[in-house]
Design a protein around this ligand. Structure first.
Ligand code: CP
Length: 321
């Protein structure tokens, strides 16, 4: 297959992608290398490759999404799969049907890969233990968002060549962020030094046990880092008032044009989206010369093609045994 020619051989045997914590640096690198091979499919006049022809991918989304869901849909289409779009709002979940019953009923129609987003941590793992199809986690509660972590490290690697020795700040609502966790695992495994930055009320309770530095001052960190990833404040998951006001938060932890003047000239500015403009960052920064936010979205497509391709390959090997 043309897109695999330059990828170093590796024995990929994971039928599910549930999180990056359990992946080795070699496995992460293999996914990124596979994604590099898939990038060229999107540059063809006919943007299609055959590896998932005859396969069925279900997007099982119990939470809203713009980037992840559409990116998985397009990735599956580019690999020639059939795609079923499930959203909680228009489903029989409103009549009381459980996650497992929903998945088993879809499985009865003959599906091969389930891409699941759910507000409960562990939902993807639960499904992987209870259905036959391959399962890809598209975000579970506060736990992980592995394809976002992968596309973030892919974007940095593509621009900088490697993550080895890079200093990366992940800023904001760490406590409620599955992106922060997947980024942390992927970035540290690939050799970067990660600092979580935010108010104490938005830090995870066990943060000292994680392989990161912690800072409560963006002003102290900004001048030292090569990459800054600004997280969305997850208003839908906040309990109580973790900061006095939006203005106060923005003053201390927002990425403003003024604060950017202290940063390295070639700093990469990232955000997983959706952005609360004027809160996490000013529009001039989000749309400015250091921003790679839309590159992240673009790269997500090749990364998700690679993930669907690899889990399908492992699923076929499992079936043959
Ligand atoms: N980054 C991300 O997960 O965005 P969506 O919620 O739009 O999928």
């Amino acid at each position: 297959m043309a897109f695999m020619r330059k990828t170093k051989q590796f024995n990929w045997n994971r039928k599910h992608l549930l999180g990056l914590r359990e992946l080795s640096a070699e496995e992460i690198t293999y996914i990124l290398d596979t994604a590099t091979g898939f990038e060229q499919v999107s540059t063809r006049s006919v943007k299609k490759a055959p590896p998932l022809r005859g396969k069925v991918v279900v997007n099982l989304f119990f939470e809203d999404s713009t980037r992840t869901r559409n990116s998985f849909t397009l990735a599956a289409n580019r690999l020639s799969a059939d795609v079923i779009e499930f959203t909680q709002k228009s489903s029989s979940v409103s009549k009381g049907e459980t996650l497992l019953d929903t998945a088993r009923n879809l499985e009865a129609m003959g599906i091969d890969i389930v891409v699941i987003r759910h507000n409960a941590g562990g939902a993807a793992r639960f499904l992987s233990r209870n259905i036959q199809a391959a399962v890809v986690n598209a975000g579970d509660g506060f736990c992980e968002h592995p394809t976002q972590g992968l596309l973030d490290v892919y974007t940095i690697r593509k621009i900088r060549g490697s993550l080895e020795g890079l200093k990366i700040a992940i800023v904001g609502d760490i406590a409620h962020s599955r992106v922060a966790r997947s980024d942390m695992w992927a970035m540290t495994k690939l050799g970067a030094e990660v600092t979580f930055v935010g108010p104490p009320t938005l830090m995870p309770s066990q943060v000292s046990k994680l392989p990161v530095k912690v800072s409560y001052s963006l002003d102290e960190v900004i001048e030292k880092v090569d990459v800054i990833n600004m997280l969305r404040i997850q208003f839908e998951r906040l309990g109580g008032n973790p900061f006095p006001s939006i203005r106060e938060y923005s003053r201390y932890f927002g990425l403003t044009v003024e604060r950017m003047q202290k940063a390295k000239p070639d700093i990469l500015v990232m955000h997983p989206g959706p952005i609360n403009r004027g809160l996490e960052m000013e529009s001039e920064v989000a749309d400015g010369k250091n921003s790679v936010i839309l590159e992240q979205v673009k790269n997500g497509l090749a990364v998700r093609m690679a993930v669907l391709f690899l889990v399908n390959q492992a699923a076929m090997v499992t079936k043959e045994k």
